[in-house]
Design a protein around this ligand. Structure first.
Ligand code: SF4
Length: 353
């Protein structure tokens, strides 16, 4: 058998091959092990990427054109229907907030709106001012705006930061001080309306577009605000229908109980009809409002309102904008339908300053 093997070249090669398997098997085993680990890692990576891109059916490319950053939940008012209540006292360090804003800008953001809680509460407005200046000066954002209750704004803030701000919206639900007290839109007995008129004149003086936001609710639904609104002459008067949000102003874990503030669609329509002569009125029913805002909370997590509550994504600071925005529940079509894109840069507005 030995001579037969020695003389037959085919058998010799086969034998050599089987011997090499025996000689190099530990190395081959190692190679096999490595390649299996690499395959496993690559499969895990694709799984993670798919998971980060969001649930199937929602993996569309959403651009964060217009973002609402609620950097604080703290507020000095106590509105009974508040949609964004003081569930935490957390505020990001300013440099982290700026990092997140830069990520949003790189992802296509054109407009930022700072909101709360009350955004002028943190560091007496210095935190907000620093972000406003950063967004206009460093990020060159076409539009920088704020929604505030107006009670904590000082003229010195306008002097320092007014040039970097495009629009300031002040919330006002009634031109009757007693109604504001009933709603909770007040701090003690201080006049909400005096602040409103004062801010209007500062906006004119420091060249900031002035806007008013009102929430139609059971306490103001029969009011006629036309005269005051025309007198104040805002660039936009946003009129919202009081909205219930589970965990914020409705349900067991909520800090507010807004059911007594709710008005029907019919009542909301009547309010709009009564004010149909006010040209700057922009109505927002519950249907238009619910999913048409890109909302970032104090941790820079997108909030998905589709389930009736606010479901947070992971923070854009941890997973980036693209991975987080898939969980925002944002309805881009509704955003466009409600007129979310408008002339929002003060440089493009024909304002009578
Ligand atoms: S002003 Fe009223 S609605 Fe706005 S955050 Fe404060 S309590 Fe809420």
């Amino acid at each position: 058998r030995f001579f037969h093997l020695l003389l037959n070249p085919r058998l010799r090669r086969a034998r050599a091959l089987s011997m090499s398997w025996l000689v190099f098997s530990p190395a081959l085993l190692l190679r096999l092990l490595c390649s299996s680990i690499l395959t496993l890692l690559s499969r895990l990576r694709s799984y993670w990427t798919a998971a980060a891109a969001g649930p199937p059916g929602q993996r569309s490319e959403v651009t964060p054109t217009s973002v609402n950053y609620h950097f604080t939940r703290q507020c000095n008012y106590k509105c009974g229907f508040c949609f964004h209540t003081a569930k935490t006292s957390f505020v990001l360090p300013v440099e982290e907030a700026k990092r997140g804003l830069r990520l949003l800008r790189e992802a296509g953001m054109e407009k930022i709106n700072f909101s709360g809680g009350e955004p002028f509460l943190q560091d007496r407005g210095a935190f907000l001012g620093s972000l406003v200046q950063f967004c206009k000066q460093d990020l060159h954002l076409p539009s920088v705006s704020i929604v505030s209750n107006g009670s904590l704004i000082r003229e010195s803030w306008f002097q320092k930061y007014g040039e970097f701000l495009d629009i300031l919206a002040v919330s006002c639900d009634s031109f009757d001080e007693d109604t504001n007290q009933l709603i909770g839109r007040a701090q003690g007995r201080k006049s909400h309306l005096q602040n409103l008129y004062r801010i209007r004149s500062w906006c004119q003086q420091y060249r900031v577009a002035f806007k008013i936001n009102s929430v139609v609710n059971a306490f103001n639904v029969d009011e006629d605000m036309s005269e005051h609104i025309v007198q104040l002459d805002p660039v936009r008067w946003k009129v919202f229908q009081c909205l219930l949000i589970d965990g914020e102003n409705a349900g067991q874990s909520a800090l507010r109980e807004a059911r007594r503030f709710v008005v029907s669609d019919r009542q909301f329509e009547d309010f709009l009809d009564r004010h149909s002569g006010v040209a700057c009125l922009v109505p927002e029913s519950n249907e238009k409002m619910r999913n048409s805002y890109l909302i970032l909370d104090e941790y820079m997590r997108f909030l998905d309102c589709r389930g009736g509550g606010k479901q947070p994504s992971r923070s854009i600071l941890d997973v980036g904008v693209k991975a987080a925005i898939c969980f925002s529940g944002f309805d881009e079509k509704m955003f466009l339908r409600r007129g979310g894109k408008y002339v929002w840069s003060k440089a493009d507005m024909k304002l009578d300053w």
